[in-house]
Design a protein around this ligand. Structure first.
Ligand SMILES: O=C(O)CCC(=O)C(=O)O
Length: 297
């Protein structure tokens, strides 16, 4: 007997040390709903190390930028290609993330496409408009929607502080056209309104360490942060090796993902190694119109 998922859509599972097994039930839940939630994917030590890496070494101050929503409010993004050997680089490389995504997408080899830190400051962080990640990635020359992401809560990510919202099963609706809405690419609004009548609109509630693994055609968004609580999340994305983009752009073409064991983050004392990572200059990214740099807003 495989494990049954819990939660309102039967697609939530608990991480069981030392690994997460992608059973037929897990795979079916992902295929049906377009995402799964793994509670406790990272433990408090691992999340503590991710937080320390982001809070104490100046990456956010140096490289992040705002991405205005339709009202001009800004969530902030820190975005890089190539993993590196530090704590932040080991997250997309570790088996429980990389191999889980590989199995969810059917077993073909994946490579790391990019990692983003998604930040909403208390009281002022903006929204992310309804979109599919493939809405952007299609424009980057990825011929097939064979990509996916992990959204890992670093802080609590709940409705009050602008947590994630999804249309459950909407990955089956195919690619929707995306156009600029503020500084972000949003899915065609009329189409989204129709799709909201077909697919359940679900507010995801994640605690630090919980991960949502989702298909690149899943429609998702998140509201503004009017609360007193900061909302940071770690978001890494993968592409299939055999879906190598046909055009050179600001994210990498195929490069081998060097996987590490599930203990690697716990054992790692390298908190920040900017060398080797390529931090994206938003001026090279045609799919966003960046807003302010830290200290400017
Ligand atoms: O951070 C968020 O709320 C949204 C993240 C997102 O939409 C994305 O990474 O594609």
């Amino acid at each position: 007997m495989g494990k049954e998922g819990f939660g309102p859509h039967g697609n939530e599972f608990k991480y069981e040390d030392p690994e997460f097994r992608v059973t037929d039930e897990v795979r079916r839940a992902f295929d049906d709903t377009g995402f799964i939630i793994v509670r406790g994917l990272m433990d408090s030590d691992e999340i503590g190390k991710i937080k320390k890496s982001l809070e104490e070494y100046g990456l956010v101050e140096k490289y992040s930028y705002g991405v205005p929503d339709h009202e001009g409010r800004e969530p902030r993004v820190l975005l890089w290609s190539y993993c590196g050997n530090d704590v932040l680089g080991l997250v997309p490389r570790c088996e429980k993330v990389a191999s889980t995504c590989e199995k969810l997408l059917g077993g073909d080899e994946l490579y790391h496409y990019h990692t983003k830190i998604m930040m909403k400051d208390a009281k002022k962080g903006g929204s992310f408009e309804w979109h599919q990640d493939y809405g952007y990635w299609y424009k980057n020359g990825n011929l097939k929607p064979d990509l996916m992401s992990l959204f890992l809560a670093v802080d609590p990510c709940v409705k009050e502080n602008g947590g994630l919202q999804v249309l459950v099963g909407s990955h089956k609706a195919g690619r929707v056209d995306h156009n600029f809405d503020g500084g972000q690419q949003g899915a065609d609004k009329e189409r989204v309104e129709h799709l909201k009548k077909v697919y359940d609109h679900f507010y995801v509630n994640l605690q630090p360490g919980d991960g949502l693994l989702f298909h690149c055609n899943l429609l998702h968004s998140s509201g503004p942060n009017d609360s007193e609580q900061r909302r940071w999340a770690f978001n890494c994305s993968y592409n299939k090796r055999n879906n190598n983009p046909v055009k050179k752009h600001h994210h990498p073409l195929y490069n081998k993902l060097d996987k590490v064991s599930n203990n690697a983050i716990r054992e790692c004392e390298n908190f920040c190694e900017p060398e080797g990572k390529e931090f994206i200059d938003p001026a090279t990214d045609e799919t966003v119109k960046a807003g302010s740099k830290p200290g400017e807003s």
